[in-house]
Design a protein. Structure first.
Lengths: 161, 161
DNA sequence: GTTGAAATACAGACGCG
DNA sequence: CGCGTCTGTATTTCAAC
């Protein structure tokens, strides 16, 4: 159907993207399969690389990380070496949750999580500006996370809400 | 220490943000506590809202969702009612993984996952442009996901790499 | 898909600081 | 008296059939 996935596989993936703590038996009820069957499918989906990993999502505010910012960057040097170096530097920074190489006015888009605005200012000055030569930087502060998900809709068009 | 979290709590949170499938016993080894203690802490951390939920992360390419795009939007109407309506519309769209209300040149930033560029074009025309009056739209296609994480560094400064 | 054994999660009673 | 360990029981995982 899709890379060797049948309808049941797709249903299972949709479910565990939203709640990875359900038991195989609970998932089995939803997909009308035995728990052993669900177990075997989950193992296969993981072994074949469909499932990358399982993670816990935290409440950022509760752990005192109240500022999310989007940092758009344009490098001065676009050689392969410079790009690689930039990627390496970014990977070391715990404040950076995501780094995307994008088309458009800027080269990279960083999703940054810090304690407060002061911490963000320090992050820019002491870390980003120091790492590589930058042609331009544009920051957007996140006022509100209207939608915050990790689940991708699978199967042909759209699937579940 | 931080909202009532001690050093052990923080270590546990750091661990399960990266691997939520470890057994309580395995976590216990890392934090030098018994499995029962780890179990009790996990339950408390969840009940108190530090842990929002557990999810599985999929390989987007394997499920044929090869295009990630960032859609920046500026609305024409900024009334509270219009904002609320926009948020409601966006929440219905499975292609939109994240929607952030941001400062800067645009009002909202959408992280969109679709099958291909054609699907993105349809998403814009049939869905986004139809939902609310827009003053401007700017799309950035993601060429490469240099870093892709969900784990926030807890504790004062930085913690683990 | 069913069954059974091993691992795991989880609640209660006790003990230490 | 909060917190951790220990023990027993209920679930769950997982491999063999």
């Amino acid at each position: 159907m899709l890379n060797g996935l049948d309808e049941t596989d797709i249903q299972i993936l949709e479910i565990i993207q939203r709640n990875a703590r359900l038991s195989n038996a609970q998932i089995g009820v939803s997909v009308s399969k035995s728990q052993a069957s669900v177990n075997a499918r989950l193992k296969r989906l993981h072994d074949e690389g469909f499932i990358l990993r399982y993670v816990a999502l935290l409440d950022h505010a509760k752990v005192e990380r109240n500022v999310m910012a989007i940092t758009n960057l344009k490098l001065t040097d676009h050689s392969r070496k410079a790009l690689k170096h930039f990627e390496n530097e970014v990977n070391k920074l715990p404040e950076v949750l995501e780094c995307l190489h994008v088309t458009g006015d800027y080269d990279f888009m960083l999703k940054v999580i810090v304690k407060d605005i002061a911490a963000y200012q320090q992050f820019l000055e002491n870390t980003v500006f120091e790492s590589v030569p930058l042609a331009s930087v544009q920051s957007s502060i996140v006022l509100k996370q209207t939608k915050m998900g990790t689940a991708v809709a699978i199967s042909g068009g759209k699937t579940i809400a």
